[in-house]
Write a protein that binds this ligand. Structure first.
Ligand code: FAD
Ligand code: NAP
Length: 305
């Protein structure tokens, strides 16, 4: 029986584990991949205090080292379900069930797919959702980036170090990205824009992507564009399938909590991007994690009385 079971080892889960284990609680952190979460797919981070600029995987590793120090146990596993048994909880993985007095959900979210023709067919053969993973394969190539948010624009800028040309395709005539990121993109000679446009199809030969078809949503004009790679950044979906029967999700699938990160189930907390919140960032994930680690300690004290 663990005091705390943390599900997910992104910045939110790692911070929750750090705070809980530093309070002398026994902590198990379950992760289905490498610790770091979305930071592992992020090129450069320049808005995490203390670092002028740090590569996402480097920050992930530094955070992991900090957690390790306080004795958190790690387990590889894909969490499928949780069960509230009153004074204790169960976390059910594919091959094993764990018991804990509290659960901290930190499963974050994942990139949304566009659902256009060719997207699935060419995934890994020219279609990507991760510039830091795949950008280097596209030296001197022509790339499309789909989306107008922080991810799309920031990763488009990152891709210009490899690509000869990066075209940002956005469905409106105004970007959603933060102003400072927009300004950098506008000043970058390798970046151009297809405004009011959506990607309708990705085409290619047997092996790789060679082109794409865009449609202007205002004029309905169709444009065929020679393309070597398509990077898709059209938002995020919560990773909350394992909790869908727990009665803790809002209508869009994000976990609802109070200010102490507690869900509708006493002793079950949620932190980071998986939560219903307005700003999904590393700083806010880390803040949530600290609060939940501390609140788990307080909750366990009430059980012991
Ligand atoms: P995540 O980082 O999503 O971690 C969740 C973890 O849970 C993952 O490791 C996942 O594998 C694991 N998990 C999920 N489901 C299960 C399951 N069923 N069983 C076991 N494990 C599971 N923020 C910034 O502050 N600055 C930036 O510059 C920045 N750049 C970004 C660039 C990109 C391309 C993207 C996509 C995001 C960026 N963000 C940035 C946002 C930031 O990465 C997130 O806000 C942050 O990572 C959220 O942390 P988290 O711990 O809540 O979730
Ligand atoms: P996002 O902010 O939700 O932006 C998604 C973009 O994709 C929007 O521009 C949206 O268009 C577009 N889009 C959505 N569905 C589409 C569709 N079906 N077809 C075409 N376009 C579509 O997602 P994100 O950029 O991934 O950012 C997610 C979170 O991470 C945000 O909170 C963001 O601030 C954070 N983040 C932060 C940083 C940073 O701080 N440096 C970097 C990356 C991400 P509309 O604008 O028209 O809705």
């Amino acid at each position: 029986m663990y005091d705390v079971i943390v599900i997910g080892a992104g910045p939110a889960g790692m911070t929750a584990a750090l705070y809980a284990s530093r309070s002398n609680l026994s902590v198990l952190m379950i992760e289905r991949g490498a610790p770091g979460g979305q930071m592992n797919n992020t090129a450069e981070i320049e808005n995490y205090p203390g670092f002028d600029l740090i590569m996402g995987p480097d920050l992930a590793y530094k955070m992991y080292e900090s957690v390790e120090k306080f004795g958190t146990e790690n387990a590889y596993g894909i969490v499928m379900d949780i069960k509230d048994q009153g004074t204790y909880k169960e976390v059910i993985c594919e091959e094993q069930t764990y018991q804990g007095k509290t659960i901290i959900i930190a499963t974050g979210c994942e990139h949304r797919k566009l659902g256009v023709k060719g997207e699935e067919e060419f995934a890994g053969r020219g279609v990507s959702y991760c510039a830091v993973c795949d950008g280097a394969f596209f030296r001197n190539k022509r790339l499309l980036v789909i989306g107008g948010g922080d991810s799309a624009v920031e990763e488009a800028i990152y891709l210009t170090q490899f690509a000869s040309e990066v075209v940002i395709v956005h469905r409106r005539d105004e970007l959603r990205a933060q102003k400072i990121i927009q300004d950098r993109a506008f000043a970058n000679e390798k970046i151009s824009f297809e405004w009011d446009s959506i990607l309708e199809e990705i085409t290619g030969n047997d092996m790789v992507v060679t082109g794409s078809r865009l449609r202007n949503v205002k004029t309905n004009e169709i444009k065929e564009v020679e393309t070597d790679g398509v990077f898709i950044y059209v938002g995020l979906d919560p990773l909350t399938e394992p909790f869908k029967n727990a009665g803790i999700l809002n209508s869009e699938g994000w976990v609802q909590t109070d200010q102490e990160m507690q869900t509708a189930i006493p002793g079950v907390f949620a932190v980071g991007d998986v939560r219903e919140k307005t700003l999904r960032q590393i700083t806010t994930a880390v803040g949530d994690g600290g609060i939940a680690g501390q609140e788990a300690y307080k909750y366990i004290e009430t059980l012991d009385k």
